[in-house]
Design a protein around this ligand. Structure first.
Ligand SMILES: NC(=O)c1ccc[n+]([C@@H]2O[C@H](COP(=O)([O-])OP(=O)(O)OC[C@H]3O[C@@H](n4cnc5c(N)ncnc54)[C@H](OP(=O)(O)O)[C@@H]3O)[C@@H](O)[C@H]2O)c1
Length: 303
């Protein structure tokens, strides 16, 4: 099905239409000696100059066919059932995508000795003692967090070559995937009042920094668990103020609230975030500051 150039490293990006998937494709497509294939659940791909196949991660045969046809050296799993609140209700599907799908990928990787790079989350923690190191004890509050923790555990016993990158609050410039930053800008520019929580603390992650970490994992062949986050730990409210300040938005339209006022189906970890020392020292990971990231987004998207 695919022609192979044996000199090139073959990278399969699963979830290629998502925020991380798109940015990974954009980055690796520019690298020399890389042959890239995107796959995701949607029939159409956002990029027309990149090889793409539609796939359903929750279907074992669909995954086996793509992996054995393309025979990748590396699989980046950027696909997931990411809607935290819907995961509470749509439990069967969330588990199929987030756990069974990862098991299928690991199974195929084990057979062909491909390296699986999987993305996890700080939602595996309860948010009482953050920020968390890689060795902290997980205790997910909601079903999404339970699926992601189960995906990590599935990988641990899979016998595959794998790396788990845990991240939190992704933002960045993926096309047609408006992120938190653009939501804030767009809402305030049309004079909508936005209510933002003051009691959720994280270190928001510029998605291109996560791509940088993936690239380092590949370069150094690192396995195990790494936390990938931003430099700054702050509340979502303070993050929003930084965005407003940088883009010269009316801060009076930002109302501070507490998480409990939102009555969301899934409980959120509050004092959370991820310590990144291990990634800094072992991968040479250097995230941008929030202001640097906003400047990059502004330039790329003309915000
Ligand atoms: N975003 C965050 O703040 C955040 C924080 C911590 C960890 N993470 C983790 O980081 C990773 C990437 O997140 P993201 O924000 O880039 O996610 P995203 O934008 O929601 O992208 C996920 C992609 O996977 C696709 N997908 C869903 N079900 C699939 C299936 N059965 N088969 C194949 N593809 C499927 C989605 O398609 P549809 O959109 O059409 O369903 C979408 O294209 C995920 O593992 C997520 O859990 C994200």
């Amino acid at each position: 099905m695919f022609s192979h150039d044996i000199i090139k490293k073959r990278i399969l990006v699963v979830g290629a239409n998502g925020m991380l998937g798109q940015r990974s494709i954009k980055f690796f497509a520019r690298q020399e000696n890389v042959q890239i294939l995107g796959c995701s659940i949607e029939p159409e791909f956002v990029f027309d100059n990149i090889d793409y196949v539609s796939c359903d991660l929750s279907k074992r045969e669909s995954i086996k066919k793509i992996v054995y046809d393309f025979y990748p050296d590396i699989i980046i799993n950027a696909a997931a059932y990411t809607n935290v609140d819907k995961s509470e209700l749509d439990r069967e599907l969330a588990w199929k995508v987030n756990v069974k799908g990862v098991e299928y990928l690991a199974e195929t990787c084990r057979v062909i000795d491909a390296h699986l790079i999987h993305i996890s989350t700080d939602y595996i923690f309860d948010g009482t003692k953050g920020p968390y190191s890689e060795t902290a004890t997980p205790n997910p509050l909601g079903y999404y967090g339970r699926t992601k923790l189960a995906s990590e555990n599935a990988l641990k016993i899979s016998g595959s070559i794998n790396t788990i990158l845990r991240t939190n609050v992704l933002y960045g410039a993926a096309d047609s995937r408006p992120d938190f930053v653009r939501w804030v800008i767009n809402s305030i520019r049309i004079k909508n009042n936005i209510r933002i929580v003051t009691d959720q603390i994280n270190n928001p992650t510029f998605v291109d920094d996560l791509v940088q970490a993936i690239s380092k994992v590949i370069e150094f062949g690192k396995q195990g668990i790494y936390n990938i986050g931003g430099k700054e730990f702050l509340s979502r409210y303070d993050f929003t103020l930084k965005i407003a300040e940088y883009f010269n938005l009316d801060k009076n339209l930002i109302t501070p609230i507490e998480t409990k006022e939102l009555n969301q189906p899934a409980p959120r970890p509050l004092k959370s975030g991820l310590l990144i020392l291990k990634a800094e020292t072992e991968l040479g990971y250097h995230p941008h500051s929030i202001l640097e990231s906003l400047a990059l987004m502004k330039r790329e998207l003309n915000l």
